[in-house]
Design a protein around this ligand. Structure first.
Ligand SMILES: [Zn+2]
Ligand SMILES: [Zn+2]
Length: 272
């Protein structure tokens, strides 16, 4: 459970980082409550438009699903690639979740609903507030509102879908397994490709439809090059935190083979 770690416990090299998220847990719970209230309010406002044009509503549900898939990949890539556990605000709120997940894949299956869904609700809150204050009645505004509302809805369920992809099949209903196998939601075999070395592809975790497109285009490597060129920041530079926190990919090896204090290879590869 979150917050279980004693505050004064000295940090040791750990297999999995367990940030002290005690207070943050309540922030997540408040985020979920706020999200549900705002979602219901925004949905009610759009009921007349849905009744008038159900096909429009279906198009919004589908386009929101694809948008959420992209968003899931983008946020996941950012969490895997930039910053560290100690980055203000997002270090604990976002980055720790993504990095821990690479050290302990099954940790997500032990999270309760608040842990599983709280962050996504918080991220979506600005959009949800926008959706309840924007004046509707204009077809374009209604269209944008419907699209954003459905994107928020699918973003909300993304972590749950991701969690299902890590659960043993026998713990899922036949219906959910059918959705996974049909690639209507994230398929565990597809998602496994993200959890394989070098951990640099298949970031989208709502359904993964966009993974072949984004990976094929080299979208995320291009983003990394552009960001590095402009800011000088080095992608995945915070992997050096591994010995203190237990981070991502390469850190698994020193965490398991405890007796071997092998120095991590220098990141300046050209130095040979
Ligand atoms: Zn990842
Ligand atoms: Zn995963």
């Amino acid at each position: 459970m979150p917050g279980a770690m004693a505050a004064g416990t000295p940090r040791k090299p750990a297999t999995v980082a367990v940030p002290d998220t005690g207070r943050y847990y309540w922030v997540e719970l408040a985020g979920i409550v706020a999200w549900v209230g705002l979602f219901a309010w925004a949905l009610l406002r759009l009921v007349p438009a849905v009744v008038e044009n159900p096909f429009w509503a279906v198009a919004m549900v589908m386009s929101g699903y694809v948008a959420a898939d992209f968003l899931s990949g983008f946020v996941h890539w950012a969490g895997d690639t930039w910053g560290s556990y100690q980055t203000p605000v997002v270090g604990k709120a976002l980055i720790s979740g993504f990095r821990d997940h690479h050290v302990d894949e099954l940790g997500i299956t032990r999270h309760d609903p608040v842990d599983t869904n709280g962050n996504n609700c918080l991220i979506a809150l600005p959009a949800m507030v926008f959706l309840v204050v924007v004046p509707i009645g204009n077809p374009w505004v209604d269209g944008l509102s419907g699209f954003l509302l459905m994107t928020a809805m699918w973003t909300m369920v993304t972590n749950q879908i991701h969690k299902w992809a890590h659960l043993p099949p026998e713990k899922l209903s036949p219906f959910l397994r059918m959705l996974q196998r049909s690639r209507i939601i994230l398929d565990p075999d597809h998602h496994r490709l993200h959890h394989a070395e070098p951990y640099l592809s298949h970031y989208c975790i709502t359904v993964g439809w966009l993974n072949p497109v984004l990976d094929g285009l080299g979208f995320f490597r291009g983003m990394e090059k552009a960001i590095q060129a402009v800011t000088g920041a080095v992608p995945r530079a915070a992997n050096g935190e591994a010995e203190e926190f237990g981070v991502f990919g390469e850190s698994i090896i020193p965490a398991i083979v405890e007796s071997e204090p092998e120095t991590r290879a220098s990141r300046t590869v050209a130095g040979g």
